[in-house]
Design a protein. Structure first.
Length: 332
């Protein structure tokens, strides 16, 4: 089975950071980590492509590279007010019709909107551009306070670091939580931020710097097998549940109960990948009490069942892989 082919389509003036988000996750060979992706870069025409950083990059491939891509990444479109070149729009539409996954980072959503690929569908972009995207493309269901949205065949992200979050999420979808966590560890990045988290949180007053929640998070992760509640977290932190909720919202953009559920499901994913324990046992180990509760929570967050997830990513023979190297994706 060949590697999953990822091709980034660069457009002048290209943002170097948005391109690096995709290159770091899909294109860098790391010691001890199997190569699951083949990464390439293309442009409308081979040759020099100007960047926002003041230098040109030399790109060797033209739009024909998209014809063999399993995933096409649009790492930003820095001129959202201008029409995208027709040849670029046609190549992206054809790749999508052929079955390639199309991924837009930050302002790349404007290109997908011009191509008509976001009509009547959910999408996001950098928080400074969401009003413009919604105004120019009223058929797009723009979600302003979202890190990334994955619809299966189309994915969009907010700006800058959210592009890394989306790329790690796609690696997790394709090859499992353990593989994505290894990439994140090499990048010295948090392994998982859920797409529904806020793009940013309001800064605290200068005279009230936030206290780190890291000791509390470590304490909770070590006790997922216990029936922890938000009240338990608050007691451990020595603050009221209301203050705890405010600090989680300020620092993570998510409620403490939601964070705790995310950790339980992430722990369940790891056990499904790395062990052959029964689902009932896994549910008990991660504090979800029963197999039925685990299945319900798992499906709501991962959009598949524990059994199907284990078939795709378990330590045994990998079944159910799509031709591009990942599991089959439902269109949404």
């Amino acid at each position: 089975m060949g590697a999953h082919r990822v091709v980034a389509l660069v457009l002048p003036p290209q943002s170097t950071f948005e391109l690096a988000c995709a290159a770091e996750v899909f294109g860098v060979s790391r010691p001890g980590l199997p190569a699951r992706y083949a990464f390439g870069v293309c442009a409308e025409r081979p040759g020099a492509v100007a960047t926002l950083a003041g230098y040109d990059m030399v790109v060797g491939q033209g739009l024909s590279a998209l014809e063999a891509a399993d995933t096409v990444v649009i790492p930003g479109w820095q001129r959202p007010e201008r029409p995208v070149p027709p040849a670029v729009l046609d190549a992206v539409r054809q790749a999508h019709r052929r079955g390639a996954r199309i991924v837009a980072i930050c302002s790349g959503a404007f290109l997908l909107a011009q191509a008509g690929l976001l009509d009547h569908r959910r999408a996001t972009t950098h928080w400074r551009m969401v009003a413009e995207l919604a105004a120019r493309f009223p058929d797009v269901q723009v979600e302003p306070d979202t890190l990334y949205i994955d619809l299966g065949d189309i994915a969009t992200s907010a700006g800058t670091a959210a592009g890394i979050d989306l790329c790690l999420h796609l690696a997790r979808t394709d090859h499992g939580a353990a593989h994505a966590a290894q990439i994140a560890r090499h990048m010295v990045m948090p392994p998982h931020r859920e797409g529904g988290q806020l793009q940013y949180a309001a800064p605290p007053p200068a005279d009230h710097p936030p206290e780190s929640l890291a000791p509390l998070l470590d304490w909770a992760v070590e006790r997922l097998h216990e029936p922890l509640t938000v009240g338990d977290l608050a007691v451990q932190a020595g603050i009221s549940p209301r203050t705890l909720a405010r600090r989680f919202a300020d620092q993570f953009g998510v409620a403490p109960g939601r964070w705790l559920l995310q950790q339980r499901v992430m722990a369940a994913r790891a056990l499904l990948e790395e062990t052959d324990l029964p689902v009932e046992t896994i549910a008990a180990r991660v504090g979800l009490s029963s197999a039925a509760n685990l299945r319900r929570r798992f499906h709501a967050m991962v959009r598949t069942t524990p059994a199907a997830y284990r078939r795709s990513f378990g330590a045994g023979p990998h079944l159910g892989r799509a031709p591009g190297g990942g599991p089959s994706r439902a269109r949404g």
